[in-house]
Ligand binder design. Structure first.
Ligand SMILES: Nc1ncnc2c1ncn2[C@@H]1O[C@H](COP(=O)(O)OP(=O)(O)O)[C@@H](O)[C@H]1O
Ligand SMILES: [Mg+2]
Length: 449
């Protein structure tokens, strides 16, 4: 016996309520509640048997995990050395960013059976894309279907090692009356796929679209269910794409994968510094190169600042690719410790190339770029600056200094400014000139011409 009821679900975070409310008490978003129908099944009839039994932790199991390599190094690294059998990976991103392209490239190189379930595109469209991407792998089975029951049956029949669901917003479980793409459908379908993955031992890649607000469409709840959440990002005006792990039960979340989108698909960017530095023939004031760590890799990038006088009471501060609050702090430090008049100036900060940097090791380059544009003095040629700035204006040590130095050296830079505290972990012999600095004021003098 089952009973039909309605409830209201927040489309952003999945919070449930028995009546409609304007503002979600959980995630505080407005107007996000939508009505959903759900059925409560009364227990009765025969009792189901569990598919698992309690086991002793000390029981022997094979210790090697045979991960499935996608053959795309950037993708495998973010996953943590490939796909873990039995795991569910959510690949989220804006429509058009290249999710289907990425999974098709990956499918093209996987050496075991793959079931590519397409709910968005027809077999013909998938076929055309595969030709364009030069994917010709006999292991791929394309299955245009949106009904979860049929999909589950095919997974059981075909027993693929990898299942791709493109996209979760188009799949529905016929046991529920809700339309595909609603919170209930997305959650139910994902949970069912998760269980199937655990029982069958296949790796499931679920493609999901992201809403305007940046949430994974509707259900942020999905993040809790799946093992791994990968975010595929890119800017409309840039051709490269960044793959990040937001959550990973089987690997680090520090790694990023960088790709470039061309007409014939995505290519891996093995040396990101070359992209983010771009064309630096003509160096202007307000530009300083820094070395940031993205996961285990150093990336050189250009920090750009523009400082203009503010005619109004409230100076503007805009930071692209950098934390706004961190910028405010650094401006206060520049004002107080380096005696630069920035409190009345408009400051625009940009990480060239559209990358987003979270680590404080680029503080020094940010401060130097602002000082450079304010004073109209260029940074010395062929120079890289790294260091975290403390509130006292001191330049603090950073991690992985050797990797940063060798990346700068490899790319032909002649000088690197580093925190004095890092000097003890620096090798004696380097081609690049290493200049240790202790405080912001002397560092800026050292950096600018
Ligand atoms: N025929 C084509 N020629 C060149 N580029 C294309 C072509 N079709 C799609 N693309 C590129 O691929 C992108 C769409 O990729 P897709 O994998 O379908 O995105 P998603 O699955 O994330 O919505 C487009 O933004 C475009 O840059
Ligand atoms: Mg797609």
């Amino acid at each position: 016996m089952s009973k039909t009821k309605t409830k209201y679900v927040c489309s952003e975070c999945g919070y449930e309520s028995l009546r409609w409310i304007g503002k979600c008490p959980n995630c505080e978003s407005w107007n996000s509640f939508i009505e959903e129908i759900f059925e409560t099944k009364k227990s009765g009839g025969s009792k189901k048997k569990s598919e698992s039994v309690p086991l002793k932790l000390t029981d022997d199991v094979p210790q090697t995990e045979d991960r499935i390599q996608t053959g795309i190094k950037e993708f495998d690294r973010v996953l943590g050395e490939g796909l873990m059998p039995g795991s569910v990976i959510l690949l989220a991103g804006d429509p058009g960013v290249g999710k289907s392209t990425l999974v098709m490239h990956a499918a093209g190189k996987i050496k075991t059976k793959i079931l590519y379930v397409t709910g968005e595109e027809s077999f013909r469209q998938i076929n055309i894309r595969a030709k364009r991407l030069k994917v010709n792998n006999e292991n791929i089975l394309v299955y245009p279907e949106t009904n979860l029951e049929f999909i589950t049956d095919q997974i059981k029949n075909e027993n693929p090692a990898v299942v791709i669901i493109d996209s979760i917003q188009t799949i529905y479980n016929p046991d529920f009356d809700n339309a595909p793409g609603t919170v209930t459908q997305i959650r139910e379908c994902t949970s069912a796929l998760m269980q199937l993955a655990k029982v069958n031992g296949c790796a499931v890649i679920i493609v999901g679209h992201v809403t305007k607000e940046g949430f994974i469409a509707g259900p942020k709840v999905l993040e809790h269910i799946v093992d791994t959440v990968l975010q595929f990002e890119g800017e409309r005006n840039h051709s490269y794409r960044i793959l990040r792990a937001q959550k990973n039960r089987f690997g680090s979340t520090n790694e990023i994968g960088i790709f470039e989108m061309h007409g014939d698909g995505l290519s891996e960017v093995a040396n990101p510094s070359e992209i983010f530095l771009g064309d630096r023939d003509k160096i202007v004031s307000g530009s300083v190169v820094t070395a940031s760590m993205e996961g285990t890799r150093p990336v050189l990038l250009e920090v750009q600042a523009l400082v203009t006088p503010s005619n109004y009471g409230n100076p503007q501060r805009v930071a692209t690719g950098f934390d706004y609050r961190r910028l405010s702090i650094l401006l206060a430090v520049l004002e107080k410790r380096a005696h630069l008049r920035v409190s009345t100036a408009n400051v625009f900060l940009n990480m060239a190339g559209g990358i987003r940097i979270e680590e404080p090791a680029i503080d020094l380059a940010v401060c130097a770029a602002i000082a450079s544009n304010l004073k109209e003095e260029k940074a010395k040629e062929s120079l890289v600056a790294v260091g975290e700035i403390g509130l006292g204006g001191e330049v603090r040590g950073v991690s992985n200094i050797e990797k940063r130095i060798s990346e700068a050296e490899k790319l032909g830079f002649s000088t690197i400014i580093i925190p004095k505290a890092n000097m003890k972990s620096v090798k004696k012999k380097t081609k690049i000139k290493i200049v240790p600095v202790e405080d912001i004021q002397s560092a800026i003098e050292e950096i600018l011409i």
